[in-house]
Design a binder for this molecule. Structure first.
Ligand code: G3I
Length: 371
């Protein structure tokens, strides 16, 4: 079955199962037809609200799961491909581009009135092996070609891109040592943004990172880097703060290589404000809240998780700080975190029956401006 036919099949299947699961006279119309819940998250963003998008990640396999697909379409108005727009998938051999998997996700988004956050054009992880073998004299053009070809292919269908991902060193001491910094120098970041902007001038272009959400050396280095790009006239439009945190606002999977800095709600608010003062969008791009290191009964663990989701989203809503919030997965077992520490992280908004957890209602309340 070709890409278009398969993506239409996904759309029809998810819409019909949405009706079968919840009836077709449901309270909330959305991209998926009738949905089960009043005040679905996507009904609380957009328009004159400060938060324009509420998103989640997807893979083609997850979109083949009717419950995943219908929950995604009912509750969210943005999709981030979790892995399928990364270099290893898009250009597995030099000059050979594969868009079929990403096309399925984009087609689903389009058929459910959802935006797409392209993720990610330049990242030192999930790179195919051939990149490192490109001779120095050809590396810059190869770099430009990858970015230009991918952005141009999706132009008009991807609203915003994570152009450069995780470029800041975890200790906040300059840029992370990556093949791109080594081969092209620190200006690789500007080159990436200029190239992406040339391929799709209408796309919002973001730099994206973790551990820089609040205060500390890494957040300050991200700010210095972004400020320099803005002052140099580089076409950067936004900053993505990943927000992979635990209930103490720590960075859960880096217990072995502590990420510097802290990220309480007031520190997040102050950090966002300085990026906004540069005239940039700020989005929470990969939120999950691990409770693996929380002891106690599930009721109290999930209540604390709800409070953290609520308080971070409330920062976004206050002072019209953020224009978007994306969670990194839909149901708990879909979380990448489960492969990190091999114990259930229960980090997301829905359980594995796709029932909303307290965390979901924390996000809903914050988007509605409620405690
Ligand atoms: O595609 C292969 C498949 O062929 C193979 O059979 C399978 C088993 O080995 O692995 C598959 O690749 C996996 C890939 O996800 C696609 O599913 C990799 O092993 C796995 O490591 C990779 O994990 C992704 C991770 O980035 C890579 O660092 C996670 O799904 C993804 O959620 C995670 O997302 C990143 C963001 O892009 C950037 N910010 C941090 C975030 C968490 O690391």
């Amino acid at each position: 079955m070709n890409t278009i036919a398969s993506s239409r099949a996904i759309a029809l299947l998810s819409a019909s199962l949405c009706c079968a699961a919840w009836g077709c006279g449901g309270p909330t119309q959305s991209g998926a037809g009738n949905c089960p819940r009043d005040a679905a998250l996507r009904s609380l963003v957009g328009g004159d609200a400060s938060v324009q998008i509420i998103g989640a990640t997807a893979t083609p396999e997850q979109l083949n799961n009717p419950m995943y697909a219908s929950t995604l379409a009912c509750e969210f108005n943005s999709i981030t491909p979790e892995n399928d727009m990364k270099w290893e998938t898009i250009e597995p051999q030099r000059g050979v581009f594969h868009f079929d998997r990403a096309d399925q996700i984009v087609a689903f988004a389009q058929s459910h009135q959802m935006a797409v956050r392209g993720h990610t054009l330049v990242w030192h992880e999930q790179l195919p092996d051939w990149v490192a073998s490109v001779p120095a004299a050809a590396f810059r053009q190869m770099f430009i070609d990858h970015i230009y070809n991918e952005v141009f292919y999706f132009r008009g269908r991807v609203a915003r891109w994570d152009v450069v991902n995780e470029a800041i060193a975890d200790d906040g001491n300059g840029l992370r040592q990556t093949i791109f910094r080594d081969r092209l120098g620190p200006d690789y970041i500007a080159l990436a943004f200029i190239t992406a902007n040339a391929a799709d001038p209408a796309a919002e272009l973001y730099i994206n990172d973790y551990g820089a959400e609040g205060a500390g050396d890494k957040a300050n280095e991200l700010f210095r880097t972004v400020e320099a790009l803005v002052h140099a006239g580089v076409p950067i439009h936004g900053v993505g703060l990943q927000m992979h945190i635990d209930t103490q606002y720590g960075v859960p999977w880096n217990y072995f290589e502590p990420v510097v800095g802290t990220r309480s709600p007031p520190e997040i608010a102050a950090n966002i404000a300085r990026f906004r003062a540069l005239g940039l969008h700020v989005q929470i791009t990969e939120m999950d809240v691990s409770i693996a290191n929380l002891l106690g009964i599930d009721f109290t663990r999930f209540e604390l998780q709800r409070a953290v989701y609520h308080d971070v989203v409330a920062v976004c809503v206050q002072n019209r700080s953020c224009t978007g919030i994306t969670v990194w997965g839909l149901n708990d077992s879909a979380s990448w975190l489960n492969s990190q520490l091999l114990i259930p992280q229960n980090a997301l908004l829905f359980d594995d029956m796709f029932a909303p957890k307290p965390a979901y209602f924390g996000v809903q309340a914050a988007l509605a401006g409620r405690p």
